[in-house]
Design a binder for this molecule. Structure first.
Ligand SMILES: [Zn+2]
Length: 61
């Protein structure tokens, strides 16, 4: 019961967060990604959804 309760709460937080935060589209994988706390200071400069996509840019295309 406790585990279920915790997961439900997490989902609620995620949905609420997803609504309020800005979204960008990753030019590598073409998928939208949502603002994250770690990008709070550099969101303007963030272009890729992950470190993996950022590296991928150099090798492919
Ligand atoms: Zn990506």
């Amino acid at each position: 019961m406790r585990e279920i309760d915790t997961s439900v709460r997490d989902v609620t937080v995620w949905v609420k967060t997803k609504r309020d935060l800005p979204v960008k589209t990753c030019p590598v994988c073409q998928r939208p990604f949502v603002w994250r706390k770690k990008w709070a200071r550099c969101w303007e400069e963030v272009r890729y959804c992950s470190e993996k996509c950022r590296r991928h840019r150099g090798s492919a295309t």
